[in-house]
Design a protein around this ligand. Structure first.
Ligand SMILES: [Zn+2]
Length: 154
């Protein structure tokens, strides 16, 4: 990891980072963009620049501690990429889509659990009928416990 960053810094001195290349300026030692926007990934910076503007991103990165810049850049790149793909909703479209998916899967899970419970109750009732037994209070309470456990998923 450190080795890769070191190599990146060396290559930054030799050739400009993706940001400086796009902005057509000299990539100086300690360039705030260089560690996060390597020359071999030009689209990352192009997207971020288009959506947020290079000077805003530069200010934002300079204002935060170095250890947080990597996360901030990942977030900026993700949001900028989503905004370029969907200019109206941006990453909100992705969040909404995932939210709908979660709701749909939770409904499917609840249905499956209700179905399992139904089958278990039928099997228990059939077993009691086959043995000529009445449903005892013990088996009835174990069934109601299952109903309670299933109800928690709704
Ligand atoms: Zn640079």
């Amino acid at each position: 990891m450190k080795e890769a960053a070191g190599r990146r810094r060396q290559s930054a001195a030799a050739s400009p980072c993706a940001a400086c290349k796009l902005l057509r300026r000299r990539c100086v030692q300690g360039c705030v963009f260089a560690p996060h926007f390597p020359a071999e990934e030009p689209r990352k910076f192009a997207c971020v620049h288009k959506v947020f503007g290079a000077s805003n991103v530069s200010k934002l990165l300079q204002e935060m501690a170095e250890q947080h810049r990597g996360d901030a850049v990942r977030s900026l790149v993700f949001e900028a990429d989503a905004r370029v793909r969907d200019p109206v909703y941006g990453c909100v479209a992705l969040i909404s889509s995932l939210h709908r998916q979660i709701q749909s899967l939770q409904a499917q899970l609840a249905l499956s659990q209700a179905h399992i419970l139904h089958l278990r109750m039928r099997r228990t009732a059939a077993a009691h009928l086959a043995s000529g037994d009445h449903i005892t209070s013990a088996s009835a309470s174990s069934l109601s416990l299952e109903v309670d456990q299933t109800a928690r998923f709704y």
